[in-house]
Design a protein around this ligand. Structure first.
Ligand code: SF4
Ligand code: SF4
Length: 266
């Protein structure tokens, strides 16, 4: 967790703390996460960083935070803003911030897990795909949301390729300013999607009775056929009240993919 170039891309504001519980709050939003991270960062910077003080801090912080979305996932008390004028998120216990001392043993994950674990994005997304997500989001909040949602990125390339009957690659998108801008607007939907259920969803997952489950859109209940955008709609946390809403959502995605197809050099 928190160490590879996927976690901390070299430049800009893209940075991730998703596996440290960054979004794991009921009704999470940019404002809520920012407040939690600001408090955690402030407390940490005021501490003397001895084990005793860090343990005290851990207790104080964990007792005064919003309700976790999925309590089985650890919301680390030491995730915070680590630089670039509070525009990057990361591990406050990282040796690079503590004169070479690795303080991560204090976290519930433990030092080894924090130092070595890699999420599915690190395994399954190519360097070019992750780099494109970093460059186009360039943001501490949106990057982790998009990076860790494999369906969101993969479906974009699958559908775009299908539309033009040719393989569309991350490298190709990265090389074209217009294509990059369309991809950026697509990723922005992850935060601004009007059909998203905000309280209890994390992408396609929802949480009930201490379990996480995969959400399925009830097409039958909406009297509609399954959407060609089904995976994207679930990634965006969609919950539709009517067939008309579903249609509106599909039209928004149609417009993005149509514009993208038109912008691809022939
Ligand atoms: S979720 Fe993945 S990319 Fe993000 S900090 Fe964890 S290991 Fe790194
Ligand atoms: S101590 Fe571990 S879990 Fe906590 S922020 Fe650092 S890497 Fe994440």
């Amino acid at each position: 967790m928190e160490g590879s170039k996927y976690c901390q891309p070299e430049s800009g504001c893209a940075s991730c703390g998703a596996c440290c519980g960054m979004y794991n709050w009921v009704g999470y939003s940019r404002g809520m996460v920012e407040e939690v991270l600001e408090i955690q960062t402030g407390q940490f910077l005021r501490s003397d960083r001895t084990e005793r003080d860090l343990r005290r801090l851990k207790k104080v912080i964990s007792e005064n935070r919003p309700a976790p979305l999925y309590p089985v996932i650890y919301n680390c008390e030491f995730l915070g803003f680590i630089g670039n004028g509070n525009k990057r998120v990361g591990c406050l216990l990282h040796p690079g911030l503590n004169g070479g001392n690795n303080l991560r043993g204090i976290s519930d994950h433990g030092r080894e897990t924090c130092d070595e674990s890699r999420c599915t994005a690190c395994i399954y997304l190519s360097g070019a795909e992750a780099g494109l997500v970093a460059e186009t989001t360039d943001d501490w909040y949106l990057y982790g949301l998009c990076l860790t949602d494999l369906d969101l990125t993969r479906e974009f390339f699958r559908i775009a390729s299908e539309r033009v009957s040719a393989t569309v690659s991350a490298e190709q998108v990265g090389a074209g300013p217009e294509l990059k801008d369309i991809f950026r607007r697509y990723l922005l939907l992850k935060e601004q999607w009007p059909f998203a259920e905000k309280g209890n969803r994390f992408g396609k997952y929802y949480f009930q009775d201490g379990k996480y489950l995969i959400h399925r859109i009830d097409y039958q209940g909406l009297s509609a056929p399954e959407s060609g955008y089904d995976r994207i709609l679930n990634s965006l946390g969609s919950e539709f009240r009517s067939k008309a809403e579903l249609g509106e959502a599909e039209e928004r995605l149609d417009r993005i993919f149509e514009e993208f197809s038109r912008s691809l050099p022939g």
